[in-house]
Write a protein that binds this ligand. Structure first.
Ligand code: F6P
Length: 462
């Protein structure tokens, strides 16, 4: 099996003794896939070298860690990579798929964009060529996400024997939104994805893609499917039990004392709707004075994509709103929002354990693993306040409190309701959340993808 993703499972750094230290890569796809493939020394993982450590490790012939997949890191020239990753993948496709464009101003499809689009196609071609070169006859190839949307079509042309499946971890835009893209760009993306099996976490995004592709290409996309990648409860329980997590939990307990705790854990990412989440907390303190000094908002927000100005500006906005709310409400030893911008998974897990309320309020999200992992880690029957625009809402609506991501007053009232909920209702909702979160084990997801890929190859052979 070959796994293809833009970000690889590790980032390499020199260990100072002539070797390499491998750190777990950041982000949802990697944290989900890496444990699943940890014991698969028969698999190959093709990814981009990100940064100097990765490039040097790749040049020195580093091919992975013991017992795991063989790693093949592509050393893409920096300028080309920036246009592929920053301009097309993040500033255009990510914004399109999550509905983030500020349409009176952006996007602008000018000559700079056209140059970047060529770079995007070139990087996708390099990934496809690397796979075509190493794949065994008939091997399964699992391609991930919007960074590599043109890979499936090129691979199908070069190596029709391969069982290729593409999986998008994002939402998909609707048939009106896709009209923002230049006609040829929309057609290339949709044709590449629709030409083979293409999967999404939930039915909503699979249907959205089907509709958008029909609008662009004029015909149906028979290979669209959905398969949810949920957490592995056993792996998660072992992670929560690590001494590091227990130590963070002990420190957090001291900090929050016996107060109620609202938790969020996100990349500092526009689609995560972090600012409105804090404004809702501000409104909660304004409208429900009984909660002042009795609730702390623990926000684990790790910096992301800081090569893009929108993300730098968003981080400043997030930090400014935290400072304003803390200045407004702070009393004695109580700091209303404990904001932590360190990228530390163990801290997030500790916060999930201690939470009384978990706020997940994205503008739009492919799934949102936090919404599934949080209830599994938690030990206090935490209430999940969940955006109806997150893919996870399809699975968890029965146990969660619905949040309208743009409605700050509604979000504040959902937080108040969560804090006021009776122990009996909390327990029964938490049990439903845990049952739903356990229902999508990673192995079933992987099996579904492999089956789709094989089925498509069999159909072509007929
Ligand atoms: O949601 C899809 C995804 O690829 C996740 O893996 C990850 O959280 C993010 O998008 C990518 O982030 P980055 O740009 O940091 O690789």
């Amino acid at each position: 099996m070959i796994v293809v993703s833009h970000r690889g499972p590790y980032r390499f750094e020199p260990d100072g003794r002539g070797g390499w230290r491998a750190h777990r890569g950041a982000g949802g796809v990697v944290s989900a896939l890496a444990p699943l493939l940890a014991g698969r020394d028969d698999a190959t993982w093709v990814a981009a070298a990100l940064g100097e450590g990765d490039r040097a490790a790749a040049a020195a012939g580093m091919t992975g860690t013991d017992g795991g997949p063989t790693l093949r890191l592509l050393d893409i020239p920096t300028g080309l990579h920036r246009m592929h990753y920053d301009v097309v993948s993040n500033a255009t496709l990510w914004f399109l798929l999550h509905g983030l464009f500020d349409l009176p101003r952006r996007p602008r499809f000018d000559r700079r964009f056209r140059e970047a689009w060529e770079a995007y196609a070139a990087v996708n071609a390099a990934f496809a060529d690397a796979v075509a070169e190493v794949a065994a006859p008939g091997e399964e190839v699992l391609v991930h996400d919007y960074h590599l949307a043109l890979v499936p079509q090129r691979l199908r042309r070069q190596r029709p024997d391969l069982a290729v499946v593409h999986f998008m971890h994002t939402p998909f835009c609707d048939e009106h939104e896709i009209r923002v893209l230049p006609v040829d760009v929309a057609a290339s993306l949709c044709a590449s994805l629709a030409g083979g099996p293409v999967g999404f976490h939930t039915e909503r995004w699979a249907t959205a893609f089907g509709r958008a592709a029909r609008a662009v290409l004029g015909g149906p996309s028979p290979g669209v499917f959905h398969a949810t990648f949920g957490p592995d409860p056993v792996v998660l329980a072992a992670e929560v039990d690590r001494p590091e997590v227990r130590a963070h939990l002990a420190r957090l307990e001291e900090e929050v004392d016996d107060r109620r705790v609202i938790v969020r854990s996100d990349r500092i990412e526009l689609s995560k709707n972090i600012v409105r989440g804090f404004l809702a907390f501000d409104t909660l303190l304004e409208d429900h004075p009984e909660w002042r000094e009795r609730v702390t908002f623990v926000a684990m927000c790790n910096p992301s994509r800081e090569s893009l100005i929108d993300y730098v500006a968003y981080r400043q906005e997030v930090e400014a709103v935290v400072a304003r709310i803390n200045d407004r409400w702070r009393r004695g030893s109580w700091t209303p929002i404990l904001f932590d911008a360190r990228d530390d998974h163990a801290r997030s897990l500790a916060a999930f354990v201690r939470a009384d309320v978990l706020l997940v309020n994205p503008v739009r999200d492919g799934l949102n693993l936090v919404a599934l992992e949080g209830p599994l880690c938690n030990r206090r029957d935490a209430v999940l306040c969940l955006s109806r625009e997150a893919g996870a809402f399809e699975l968890l609506a029965d146990g969660a409190l619905e949040v309208h991501p743009f409605d700050v007053l509604q979000t504040a009232e959902a937080l108040a309701r969560a804090l006021d909920m009776t122990p009996g209702e909390r327990a029964s909702r938490a049990a439903r959340l845990r049952a739903a979160a356990r229902g999508h084990p990673p192995e079933s997801w992987l099996a579904a993808l492999v089956e789709r890929a094989r089925r498509a190859t069999r159909a072509r052979g007929r």
